[in-house]
Design a protein. Structure first.
Length: 240
């Protein structure tokens, strides 16, 4: 396309801000991290304002912690850009947590397609059930997953454990098939340690956010107010 220089510069600035790499404008490609490289690649893909982009194993070369954070950020970027994406991946967590529609391929053919929750809860083939997560197939064909099994101690403790409750807002929701991960912003009732005393603070802890995980499909949505409850006798770590 023949795009005027001023318009190109404006589009570059817009995309760099969208993928949060404005501070890297003057760096060479060898001076950025794997996660930053993926953000720049996404910006390039979005430059012509496509209706659809193809992401082929976009997070495969990243470590687990960065992969989890980046797929959350990429999903948010695509929503903000209004761009649909086809994601090719062998990572089940990645597919279930990012997609609105999942197609499971086997030998080049679609074995089953549907929403992440539908595929996980109602697989049509034993192979699909096993591919999407650990399970046992009973002799009558029923699928039994680990989170459907409840364990109780042989001699349960007497009396309920003391609980600490606090109000929070759901910031982000990720569905992994077997469980749902909620990113929470505490409102009141819980005080976090001062950030200067957290020697290994992450971007989430610096922002005052924490996570909660539940088994099963999402029960809450972003922006919803919830009451979180935890056991009062949690293990402690020294603060730096």
């Amino acid at each position: 396309r023949h795009v005027p220089a001023a318009r190109r510069r404006a589009r570059v600035a817009e995309l760099m801000e969208l993928v949060d790499v404005t501070a890297l404008a003057d760096r060479r490609s060898s001076q950025v991290s794997g996660g930053q490289t993926q953000r720049v690649a996404l910006a390039r893909a979005l430059a012509p304002a496509p209706d659809l982009v193809l992401l082929d194993e976009p997070f495969a070369a990243l470590d687990a912690a960065l992969r989890t954070r980046l797929r959350r950020d990429v999903a948010a970027i695509l929503r903000e850009a209004g761009t649909a994406a086809v994601i090719v991946t062998h990572d089940q967590d990645e597919a279930l947590s990012m997609a609105d529609l999942v197609a499971v391929l086997r030998a080049g053919e679609v074995a089953q397609s549907g929403s992440p929750a539908e595929l996980y809860a109602h697989p049509t083939h034993a192979w699909v059930a096993n591919f999407l997560g650990t399970c046992a197939i009973l002799e009558d064909g029923r699928v039994l997953r680990p989170e459907q099994i409840t364990l109780t101690p042989a001699a349960p403790a007497v009396g309920p454990a003391a609980r600490l409750s606090f109000d929070a807002e759901v910031v982000h929701v990720e569905f992994f098939g077997h469980s749902t991960l909620y990113q929470l912003r505490p409102a009141r009732g819980l005080r976090l340690a001062p950030q200067d005393r957290l020697g290994a603070a992450t971007e989430d802890t610096r922002a005052g956010l924490l996570f909660a995980r539940e088994l099963g499909s999402p029960r809450f949505t972003p922006g919803q107010a919830v009451v979180a409850s935890v056991a009062a006798d949690l293990p402690a770590v020294p603060l730096g």
